[in-house]
Structure formats: C-alpha cells, structure tokens
Write a protein that binds this ligand. Structure first.
Ligand SMILES: [Mg+2]
Length: 229
C-alpha cells in the first residue's frame, strides 16, 4: 500500500532549522501546479516511447500505465515516467530528446507572484537548488514562464546524472556538487516517494508540497525553525 505523509503529519521532524543551509526543490508539481501540463508531458512521453518501440501511442500509453502500476505493486513506491520507460525497454535519453522537442509549456504556465516573492526571500537565507527529473531545455523554459529563473544557485536536471529520482547514487553526487551534508539540506517536493523518501532516509529534512498551499507554508516552517535555533 502506498503511504504518503507530510513531514508535519508524521511528527518525525521538529522544526529546528539551525543546520539547514540549502533548500533543494523539485520543479514540476512543486513550484507550479498544472494537471493539464502534466497530462501533456505524459501524452508526449507516450508518443516518444511509441516511436522508440514501433507501436502506436495508445498502446504505449497503456504500457506506461501498466508499468507504473507494476512498479508500485512490486516496490510499494510511486513510479515516475522515467522508471516506467526504462521498465519497458525504452531509452531515457531518447525519451527526453523527444520531450524537449515536442512539449510546449507556453500555453499552460504563468508566474505565481506569491511563489516568486517567497523564493526571493528564502534565497537571502539559504542556497536554493532545483533537482528535477525533467530535462534541461524544458526546465529552463518552465522556470522562465513561472518567473523563477535566476533565483537558484544551480539546477540539476536528468542530464546531470541520467539517473531519475529516486536514486541513491544521483543523490550522493548532488550532495557532493553542492558541498553540503545531508543534515544541512531541506528537500521540497510534491511526490513523497520520488522527491522526499530517500533524502529523509539520509537524514535530510523534508517538506511535502502536494499543493501550492503547502509550498507557501514553507517560509513559515523555516522561520519557526530559525526561532528555535
Ligand atoms: Mg514533482
């Protein structure tokens, strides 16, 4: 059974932020929410996989859904498009090449000033990073459209490690790249299994943001933690 907890619900974490120097954000579904755009990514992903496997897109779509369900049943963890693609024998580089060339985020996304301003304020106290399973080209387009470009110290996209989240080796490389220990990191994401479970196992703090409401509560969480220093 898939269990999803927010940090506040689990009670596993206090609010002490004294050691946190870095906040690592997921992008899609975390810094913006657009179910329509998520559907578009999956639709184009099915198209790309269909071309790779020489089948029609509807069949590729059914195979991807089936693979995600199978991974969930096998591991108890939510599966990503990347994991389902690999499970079906697809090539991750080809998939992302196709996505980068055929997904147009322009019609779906717009800035949320509340998020932009919060990130600007958080950026004064913490080093902010993006860690996403998306490709660099789409990531940069999305960040421009939602008004957050230039607010992050570094962006880690699928091209950096070619190992989709959740992945232990990619996570170890990320810690090394940003020069921070796990206990100095706060991870923020909208899918607990994909974005937060592994960092939490490493001793990082995590903040679960299934909706914009939780994302906007992040600043209060950080501030209250700082008061406890
Ligand atoms: Mg996400």
């Amino acid at each position: 059974m898939l269990l999803i907890f927010s940090a506040s619900e689990t009670g596993r974490q206090g609010t002490d932020m004294s050691r946190i120097t870095s906040i690592i954000f997921d992008l899609d579904g975390t810094l913006y929410g657009s179910p329509e755009f998520a559907l578009e990514i999956n639709r184009v992903g099915s198209q790309g996989l269909a071309l790779q496997l020489g089948i029609d897109p509807e069949r590729a779509d059914r195979l991807l859904s089936g693979a995600k369900t199978a991974i969930l049943e096998l591991t108890g963890l939510e599966a990503t498009l990347s994991a389902a693609c690999k499970e079906l024998g697809g090539d991750l580089r080809q998939l992302h090449g196709y996505l980068a060339g055929h997904v147009s985020p322009e019609t779906y996304l717009a800035p949320d000033d509340r998020v932009v301003e919060m990130l600007k304020r958080l950026g004064r106290d913490y080093a902010l990073y993006i860690y996403t399973n998306n490709n660099r080209s789409l990531t940069e387009s999305i960040m421009r459209l939602i008004g957050v470009e230039g607010l992050f110290r570094e962006i880690f996209s699928i091209e950096d490690f070619w190992r989709a989240k959740p992945d232990r080796l990619a996570l170890a490389k990320l810690f090394a790249a940003i020069g921070a220990e796990p206990v100095e990191c706060l991870f923020v994401g909208d899918r607990f299994d994909v974005d937060l479970r592994l960092p939490e196992e490493h001793g990082c703090r995590v903040w679960f943001t299934p909706t914009a409401e939780e994302l906007l509560a992040l600043e209060k969480f950080c501030k209250e933690g700082e008061k406890n220093d």
